[in-house]
Design a binder for this molecule. Structure first.
Ligand SMILES: [Zn+2]
Length: 273
């Protein structure tokens, strides 16, 4: 499993970074988790080919997580001449919301000129689904009032599992989703607790010792968290109960895991400290 952080910012593109979304190279093909408005640009900057995508798994419907889909579809249609289906999985209502967003941007293309099928899969708030041979497990997140935001655990066949919080307040299900995973990709939008529907460093600092994944990558960062993150981690590492396994993401960061013997361990030069 190879994870490329395509974007690591909050909805406001704080510190000039892209919207939070992730490229996953798995034994079940290439997938993305979320596709925000800046995602296609992020793929270009990383030299990654959107034509390789089997599909996209969405955590929720906010624009910084789905707003780039119209651009992905026209790129696949006109620059890649794609013919095989593209899977789009997400919470209940995914088909309706994605079609509305794409139609608003490029209605004629979406309605009449897509040379490939969009294969929509609506994921339950709590359950398991198989996308090709990729296992996806879901838990309800606590984020906003539009639809059912999801926590995800994505597992390649016989291989590595990664957990994603998407956007959420601190909920107990995060720890369940992360248990035994190679990595928890966790939102850490704010420095201090109190913003509804989001996690803060203040909360993570007190909870890191409970996370049973091999590593943690913090993302969806405000400018303040990004600026202070490394020092915050150094302080936490000096505190009792905080395991040395976390890192703050930046755009273009790459992490990789080799199953099965090395599962859960990023290469030495990229290993979170
Ligand atoms: Zn959101």
């Amino acid at each position: 499993m190879r994870l490329v952080v395509i974007g690591s910012a909050d909805a406001y593109n704080a510190a000039g970074r892209g919207h939070s979304c992730y490229w996953l190279e798995t034994r079940a093909g290439v997938w993305m988790v979320d596709f925000g408005a800046t995602a296609l640009q992020g793929l270009r900057r990383c030299g990654l080919d959107p034509g390789r995508l089997e599909g996209v798994v969405l955590t929720h419907f906010h624009g910084d997580h789905i707003g780039g889909l119209p651009y992905l579809l026209i790129d696949l249609a006109f620059n890649h001449d794609r013919r095989h289906p593209l899977s789009i999985a997400g919470p209940a209502g995914t088909r309706c919301r994605v079609e509305a967003v794409c139609r608003a941007a490029y209605g004629e293309v979406i309605d009449t000129r897509l040379p490939f099928v969009l294969d929509f899969i609506e994921l339950p708030p709590r359950g398991r689904e198989r996308l090709a041979s990729l296992n996806v497990e879901t838990w309800p997140a606590e984020h906003g009032s539009e639809g059912h935001a999801l926590l995800l655990r994505v597992e390649e066949p016989g291989g590595v599992a990664l957990a994603f919080t998407g956007d959420t307040a601190m909920v107990e299900a995060i720890f369940e989703a992360a248990r035994g995973a190679a990595c928890l990709v966790a939102e850490c939008t704010e420095l201090r607790a109190g913003t509804p529907g989001h996690c803060s460093w203040e909360e993570w600092r007190g909870s890191l010792s409970r996370v049973e994944s091999a590593s943690v990558v913090f993302t969806h960062l405000s400018a303040e968290v990004r600026a202070k993150g490394p020092r915050l981690l150094d302080e936490a590492l000096g505190a009792a109960g905080c395991p040395p396994k976390a890192v703050f993401a930046d755009d273009g960061a790459v992490f990789a895991w080799d199953p099965p013997a090395d599962a859960g361990r990023p290469p030495a030069d990229q290993r979170p400290k």
